[in-house]
Design a protein around this ligand. Structure first.
Ligand SMILES: *Cc1c(COP(=O)(O)O)cnc(C)c1O
Length: 229
């Protein structure tokens, strides 16, 4: 199936239920992204700063770019002028740098806090204690150029649907609890990003309203890095 058909079919599924699609275009060439764009897709996600900057420069300017990979503080400045959302905030340190670079660019940057939910020790993210520490820290309260829009999580890479379901359930409960405790008055705390190609149906059942699909839309990733011209 073509990228166009894939985008159209999945958007027909998602739009009526209010779930936002982030098309994960990492490693994919400009032509593939342009095809998805022509099919109406506007939100794209990348996990490497350099690739995102290269693509940003060469593709239509109304694309909303989401960073979904671990972000080093020294690279925030390259995406701060244009990034639509950073989904992978996993420390107060990086959040402070995002705030600093957002201030320099005279804008407010939307962020999700990435929560560690998987049964593996290889993935980034805050645990529950770290999340509460961050939200209650005095420094966090002073950051005026970031806006926390919600939470993001990646489930364990397993065929065991029960495990995936429990991890997404846990993240949804955390999201609801955090909203009541810390963002009760902020309508903009509204985004729960969970679900990838292999598990997005379970994620939506468990209350996700933003899914991040790569291979389902663009096919398998055969190369590791996008090569800019
Ligand atoms: C690569 C990636 C995805 C998409 O993965 P697929 O399995 O290809 O859908 C989603 N989220 C993050 C954080 C990723 O790095």
């Amino acid at each position: 199936m073509s990228i166009t058909t894939n985008i159209e079919e999945i958007q027909n599924e998602l739009k009526p239920i209010g779930v936002t699609l982030v098309a994960i275009s990492k490693t994919k060439p400009l032509e593939d992204i342009q095809e998805a764009y022509d099919a109406g897709q506007r939100i794209f996600g990348e996990n490497l700063v350099q690739d995102m900057v290269d693509k940003y420069e060469q593709l239509p300017k109304d694309i909303q770019w989401h960073m979904v990979g671990h972000l080093q503080t020294n690279k925030v400045k390259y995406i701060a002028p244009f990034i639509a959302m950073i989904e992978s905030v996993d420390s107060l340190k990086v959040l402070k740098e995002i705030n600093k670079q957002a201030t320099k660019n005279n804008r407010v940057i939307d962020c999700l806090l990435q929560i560690f939910i998987a049964d593996e020790d290889t993935k980034f993210g805050l645990d529950h204690v770290e999340l509460i520490e961050l939200l209650e820290s005095e420094e966090f309260a002073t950051l005026e150029n970031i806006r926390i829009r919600g939470l993001m999580g990646i489930a364990t890479n397993t065929d065991n649907e029960k495990v995936i379901k429990e991890e997404f359930y846990e993240l949804k409960m955390l999201f609801d609890g955090i909203k009541v405790s810390y963002f009760r008055k902020e309508d903009s705390f509204d985004t729960l990003s969970m679900g990838m190609s292999s598990d997005y149906k379970i994620a939506i059942e468990q209350g996700s309203n933003m899914i991040r699909l790569g291979s389902t839309l663009f096919g398998k990733r055969v190369i590791k890095h996008f090569k800019a011209k």
